[in-house]
Design a protein around this ligand. Structure first.
Ligand SMILES: Nc1ncnc2c1ncn2[C@@H]1O[C@H](COP(=O)(O)OP(=O)(O)OP(=O)(O)O)[C@@H](O)[C@H]1O
Ligand SMILES: Cc1ncc(C[n+]2csc(CCOP(=O)(O)O)c2C)c(N)n1
Ligand SMILES: [Mg+2]
Length: 293
């Protein structure tokens, strides 16, 4: 097996047969259990990979919760509770304080977890449990030719926040990078209407191509329609499409349907052509998004 995230997940797909796993090609597992539909996800973060070592641990805790809740939002789920996997450091109190603030903000209970010591970089993980609010639960795999493609907000603000933090710019607003807000209300409102939905964590172009592959279609995106932050320099527009950490919802609607929340129409679903994704007239050149490799 070659190294890298995509190859490892492809190998794991050979181990998966339970329908709740959705072929390891969705944001969450969707488990029918005791008359309920449980939505379950687990995301990890690593110091130096997902956050800068000098960042406040309270912000790390917020982001860990928010990114997991974003996967629940993508399935229109209502959070039930979370379990935390935590590696001890010198400043555990700030992490606990930030987690408490985020749990209160999103009204989600902490249910349990595990704590370890490690000789390496700090790694934290979180399992989020949710309850489906509508059936069928939106997937990445049901976009159909003729649908329209939408996103709930701009991409690229986290990239700008990360760059401002990295360069020590004290006047920049870095909150979108440090404390993303999962689109829980939007996900619940959209779930009954969408043909497919996912959150954008690894870059719009990579995640759009994943949705296209899962659905067996081509997504044709209009680069002029993709919302970008007002302060994004023109020459960074292409980077904003592939940097990631955006946590907006990407979804498809039947032609003519109107979203019940703020959203921007960014493209059209076509029958599957040679490529999963077109940006303007052609497949995008260069990196599509963030991958661990
Ligand atoms: N180590 C793993 N074991 C089992 N399943 C995995 C593992 N890593 C990823 N997956 C599964 O692969 C699929 C794709 O995972 P991926 O992490 O890309 O999705 P995501 O959680 O929406 O994205 P992100 O991690 O960027 O938030 C999901 O179904 C996920 O559960
Ligand atoms: C210090 C630092 N360097 C780089 C990045 C960029 N980055 C890392 S992981 C990721 C996507 C989501 O990860 P995953 O797919 O693991 O959920 C992105 C956009 C960052 N956030 N912090
Ligand atoms: Mg996701």
């Amino acid at each position: 097996m070659s190294s890298g995230e995509a190859a490892f997940i492809a190998a794991l797909r050979g181990l998966v047969s339970h329908p709740a796993a959705r072929g390891l090609a969705d944001d969450c597992a969707v488990l029918e259990f005791g008359g309920e539909t449980l939505i379950v996800t687990h995301d990890m973060m690593v110091e130096g990979v997902h956050w800068l070592p000098e960042q406040d641990p309270a912000d790390v805790a917020w982001k860990l919760l928010a990114t997991n809740l974003s996967d629940l939002a993508a399935k229109g789920a209502e959070p039930i509770g979370v379990l935390l996997g935590y590696t001890l450091t010198e400043d555990n109190a700030r992490f606990a304080a930030g987690l408490g603030e985020a749990l209160a903000h999103f009204a989600v209970p902490l249910l349990g977890g595990d704590t370890v010591r490690s000789p390496g970089a700090q790694t934290v993980g979180l399992t989020a449990l949710g309850r489906a609010t509508c059936k069928p639960v939106p997937s990445r795999s049901s976009a159909r030719a003729g649908d329209s493609v939408w996103i709930t907000g701009p991409v690229g603000a986290a990239m700008l926040g990360f760059e401002a933090l990295s360069s020590g710019n004290p006047s920049a607003d870095t909150s979108v990078y440090r404390r993303p807000v999962p689109r829980l209300a939007e996900g619940r409102a959209l779930a009954p209407l969408v043909t497919a939905m996912m959150d954008v964590s690894d870059g719009l172009l990579l995640d759009a191509s994943r949705l296209a592959e899962a659905s067996g279609v081509t997504l044709a995106l209009d680069p002029r329609a993709i919302p970008l932050p007002a302060d994004l320099p023109n020459e960074r527009a292409r980077d904003a499409l592939s940097w990631g950490d955006d946590y907006e919802l990407l979804f498809t609607l039947p032609s003519g349907a109107v979203p019940p929340c703020r959203a921007h129409r960014i493209g059209t679903v076509l029958p599957r052509g040679d490529a999963p994704l077109l940006l303007g007239e052609a497949p995008p050149a260069g990196p599509l998004g963030f991958e661990h490799c």
